[in-house]
Structures are given as C-alpha cells and as structure tokens.
Design a protein around this ligand. Structure first.
Ligand code: PNS
Length: 175
C-alpha cells in the first residue's frame, strides 16, 4: 500500500467537505499532499491560486502529515513526482460517480504512458485512484455552491471553515 496520497482539486475555496476528507485521509496515509490545480481552463476562479493555497495551509495546520502544494499540467505527473503515491477523491453522490470514474480511468492509462515515455523503459506502473465517500452531512457542500451562495449572501457557516469565511468577509465577497 502506498504511504502517500495526493488529494487534488481546485479548492476554490476549500470547503468543510474537503477538510473532512483531508482529515480522514491523514488517518489512512503517512503523508497527504493536497494538490491545488494552478488554473483550470474552464473556470475563472473566485480566489487566486495564492489565496487558495494560503487558506488550505491555514485549515490543514495541525493535521499530521498533510502538506499543501500547487501543481500545473497533468495530475499524473504531479503524483509521480511524489514517488509511490495514490490519488484520492471524494464521492458525494451518484452524480459525481460518472465523471470521477472516467477521470480515474484516464489517469490510470495516462500514468502508464508517461512512465514508459519518460523512462524509456517498458515498466508499467499505474497510478491508482481511491474514492472516499463524503460524510453525508457534507454531501450537499461543494465549492461551486459556496461561490453561488456567496453571490446571494446566503450564510456560509455550514459550508466553509471559519478562516475561509473570514477571508471572504475581508475581501468583501460576503458580509
Ligand atoms: O476540484 P476539481 O475542480 O473537481 O478538481 C479537478 C482536478 C484538479 C482533479 C482535475 O481537473 C485535474 O486533475 N486536472 C489536472 C489536469 C489533468 O491531469 N487532467 C486529466 C484528468 S481528466
């Protein structure tokens, strides 16, 4: 079993659901690397990369074995740079499953290709994805709901950690 898990995402912003998953993963692995995607082509983020990383580091402080890094490019390359690591993703509901399954399968295939191309060897080493079910109390929580609710000033106390709420108030996103 790999000792390192990479938990990738956009984290725009980190939610209580993300935090729950990070804490549970930290109980399963020696090291959890939270990987923050630098920029997703399809989204214009609410928070800059720097802010997303700062907020994550703040909420992860005190959770043993957890570090936060940003990454650019292919997830499998980032995971490979961490040695023998697996990817973890949360599943909130059935709707997540189709996309997550496809992503896991694509990443597994991509990891085979990148390994043999980069190494010049025939060694096949596949990167696996493990799914953790979201705690039901967070199954309705997502960053996109947070961003949408923020536009309408819906209270976000049950959606994001306190420090994120504080930053949102400081930036005038919510009041
Ligand atoms: O929090 P998100 O936006 O659901 O996370 C999506 C993420 C960052 C895991 C995914 O977009 C990703 O891995 N992007 C990096 C590019 C990549 O490797 N794409 C292939 C996987 S389909």
């Amino acid at each position: 079993m790999a000792k390192t898990a990479v938990y990738p995402g956009s984290f725009d912003p980190v939610t209580l659901g993300h935090l729950d998953l990070i804490q549970r993963a930290a109980g399963l692995f020696d090291h959890v690397v939270v990987g923050v995607l630098v920029n997703s082509e399809k989204k214009s983020p609410l928070f800059s990369l720097e802010d997303r990383v700062i907020m994550l580091r703040d909420v992860c402080r005190g959770i043993p074995g957890v570090t936060v890094e940003s990454f650019e490019g292919l997830l499998v390359d980032f995971v490979r740079s961490k040695g023998d690591a697996v990817i973890i993703r949360g599943l909130r509901e059935l709707m997540d499953f189709d996309m997550e399954l496809q992503m896991a399968q694509v990443n597994r295939i991509a990891s085979r290709i990148t390994r043999s191309e980069n190494d010049g060897t025939e060694t096949v080493s596949e990167i696996e994805t493990l799914f953790l079910p979201t705690d039901p109390k967070f199954s309705h929580v997502s960053s996109s709901v947070v961003r949408e609710y923020a536009r309408y000033q819906v209270p976000l106390r049950d959606f994001v950690p306190e420090n994120v709420l504080r930053v949102m108030i400081e930036k005038g996103i919510v009041h």
